[in-house]
Structures are given as C-alpha cells and as structure tokens.
Ligand binder design. Structure first.
Ligand SMILES: *Cc1c(COP(=O)(O)O)cnc(C)c1O
Length: 403
C-alpha cells in the first residue's frame, strides 16, 4: 500500500514541505542532548547560553495586566496593527528617548515580539531568488525568515578588524543592485558591538543608492554601560525613507515572555508587514498591549538599576576570563560577552569541553553563522552568584588559555 512503510495498514506518510527540509540543522541540539544527560546524572549545570533576563517583570506592569485582563472589551479579537494607545506610547517613547517623531497611525505597528515581525518582514518583501544582505555573524531569525521566503543570503563579513561593522563599500555592485532587504543589529547580539553615527549615515546612503530596505534591530537599545548610550537608527536623516526599526519591551523591561514589540519607520513597509500579519495573527491580546504601555512608561531609574546589574556581571566575567589569559575588552552594550576560543579548539569543541569539564553552558559562535567560528558567547542573564560559580569552575578546569 502506498505510504505504508511500517507494515501498519493505513498509516500516513508524513512529508514535510521543502522549505522545512531546507531549514539548517539546529546547532544547539547536540549541546541540549548533553545537558539533558548531565542533568539526569544529577550534575549541576550553569546555563550561560540563553539570552533571557533572569529578573522578574516590574510589578506595575503585572498590575496593569491584571486590571486590563478583567475588562471584557479586551477579550475580543484585536487587530494586527495594535491598539492606537500602544502605538502612541511607542511613538512617545521614541520622542522622549531619541527625539524621533513618528506618526502613531502610519509609522508604528505592533508585532508579537520583534522576532515575529523580523521573521515575517521577509515574507512581505522577498521573492524567491531575491538577495538579502546579512552579516556573517547574525541573529538567526534574519536568515531563517529570508530562507523560508526563498531568498538568497549574501553574507557581509564582520570581525574584530572591522569592529563587527559590515564594509558596505566592498559589497559587489551586482549584489547590491539585486538586494532587497538588509538586516543589521546594534547594539549587537551576539558580539556586543556598537555602531557609531558614521556607520548609520553610510548605511542610509547605501540603501538609498541601491533601493534596499534597511531593517534595523534595536532589541538592546536600553542595555548600555559606562558613558555610552545607543542611538536609534530612526534618528538619522533619511532613515524613515529607507527603512524600519524593530524593537520590543522584552530586554528593556524584562518582558521576554510577554511577546510585545513593534516595527517603526517607513509607512509603506509598516503597512506591508501589517497587511500580511492581518491574515495570520489578528493581533496581540489587548491586555498585554496595555501592560506593554505600562512598561514603556516605566520610570528611568528602573532601567539604570538593571544596567548596573548587567554591568557588574559584565565586569566579573571579563575580569575573570582575563585572569585566565583572555584579553577581552568590556562591551559597551547588550548583555553578552563574545570571546575567542583558545588555540586548538573550534567553537563547538570548546563549548563541549566547558560543559563536560565545568558543567557550564556557553553558546558556540557558529550558532550565529559561519563568521562565529572560533568564538563563544556568554550571556549575563543568570544570577550573579551563579555567574561567579561558573567562572570559578572554568578556572579550576582550564589551564591558562593560550591564543
Ligand atoms: C532577543 C532578541 C530579539 C527578539 O526579542 P523579542 O522578544 O522577540 O522582541 C530580537 N533581536 C535580537 C538580536 C535579540 O537578541
């Protein structure tokens, strides 16, 4: 019988779509299996892999959710673009934080976490065969969304030599002409790199010259240290003509689980994404949108205490690794440390060794593209005492690192 591979009469043959078949293998699967096995053996694992804040969502946001969840007006379908008060709050937040003026009605829309919007933007703009420009170290969703739309990534090299900023001038002219979307992210996950004004000016000119839509991912705009303060892509002249910024309340207000973010900028781009989404999700639960408004209106002192916490952890990890032979500089933003693996290791073999010997999970750099070979990432979103314990375990198990 057709499809009967098991001898059981009538069993279905489940065949996935080709676009699922082309999904790259999940790099973390191997590590996940080892972690699960270690936990079964009763070994205490410290996870510095995941970039998900350990601190709770502030109380006033939760109170707002309670209140709005009880209002029957919020129990019905919402709309994908988001309630106007939410879009107005995002617009006001941009005005206060960056001096950026946005029309809440046309230049801002809700997304169900910026990850969702980032994935779907490719579906709104990329035809099969279209070129998408990505850094060769990148947040994986840019690549997967584009691949699912049938597009072809062109990887712009980023590394220590170019301060993890792509050299737009070195992109071949025919590639630049064919490219339709470009994704960048500063402050950057996973490298912690930041971009200065010059880069943004060049980016906007490049996009205009080549008719490319810029998608800037601003997820870490509120996680910054020392005397640094990240700009928004949208504050630079011409940005709203050539692109959009995605961001969310996730990292700034410890709300990753709430799934509330936005796309802001060019009205035609915002409209195209919203049109697609209106056929998919019918909007985020309105009570969550009201809670996100409360998040955006959080007094600034909260952000400062959060930054102080991450900065303290950053210093502990950098100083700890530097005592072991690394020569890391302290990143100015985001809550990650991006570090080279010692001589003799690959990104994956180093991560496996640290897990095996020290019971500490770090992420192999290759999880973010081939440009991440030779590096690993540590996330600072674990309680400070656990981070300290992880560093001391690593130092007990690793001889002085050589590079
Ligand atoms: C965390 C993260 C996001 C997604 O956050 P959401 O919770 O989906 O808003 C987007 N981009 C980068 C680079 C991130 O690290």
């Amino acid at each position: 019988m057709a499809g009967d591979k098991s001898g059981v009469v009538g069993i279905m043959l489940i065949e996935t779509a080709q676009r699922i078949d082309t999904l790259p293998e999940y790099l973390f699967a191997k590590l996940d299996k080892i972690v699960a096995r270690k936990k079964e053996q009763g070994i205490d694992i410290i996870n510095l892999g995941i970039g998900d804040p350990d601190q709770p969502t502030p109380e006033h946001i939760i109170e707002e959710l309670y209140k709005e969840a009880k209002n029957p007006a919020n129990h019905r379908y919402s709309s994908s673009i988001g309630i106007l008060p939410y879009r107005q709050a995002v617009s006001q937040w941009y005005a206060d934080r960056f001096g950026v003026r946005l029309d809440a009605k046309t230049q801002v829309a809700s997304v169900i976490g910026s990850k969702e919007g980032i994935f779907h933007i490719s579906w709104s703009f990329l035809n099969p065969g279209d070129v998408v420009l990505l850094c060769d170290i990148h947040y994986p969703v840019y690549r997967i969304g584009a691949l699912m739309a049938g597009a072809v990534p062109y990887y712009m090299p980023v590394n220590e030599r170019n301060n993890y900023l792509p050299d737009l001038g070195s992109i071949p002219a025919d590639i630049a002409k064919k490219a339709k979307l470009l994704f960048v992210n500063y402050p950057n996950n996973p490298t912690g790199a930041i971009a200065g004004e010059t880069f943004f000016h060049e980016l906007i000119a490049f996009a205009r010259d080549n008719n490319i839509i810029v998608c800037h991912d601003g997820a870490y705009s509120e996680i910054y240290f020392d005397d640094y303060r990240p700009p928004s892509f949208l504050q630079f002249p011409g940005a709203k003509e050539v692109g959009v910024e995605f961001s969310s309340v996730s990292k700034a207000y410890n709300m990753t689980g709430w799934r509330s973010g936005w796309i802001a900028g060019n009205a035609e781009v915002v409209e195209a994404l919203t049109r697609l989404k209106s056929n998919i999700d019918t909007g985020q639960f309105q009570a969550i949108q009201y809670a996100a408004i409360a998040g955006l209106n959080t007094p600034p002192a909260y952000g400062q205490s959060l930054r102080n916490l991450y900065q303290e952890r950053r210093d502990l990890v950098v100083d700890g690794l530097n005592r072991l032979g690394w020569k890391l500089e302290k990143p100015k933003a985001a809550f990650y440390l991006w570090a080279p693996v010692p001589t003799g290791y690959t990104a994956l073999s180093f991560s496996e060794m640290v897990l095996d010997k020290a019971g500490v999970v770090v992420t192999p750099g290759t999880g973010y593209g081939q440009g991440g070979e030779g590096f690993f990432r540590i996330s600072l979103t674990t309680p400070t005492n656990r981070i300290l314990e992880a560093i001391s375990r690593i130092s007990r198990n690793i001889d002085k690192a050589v590079f």
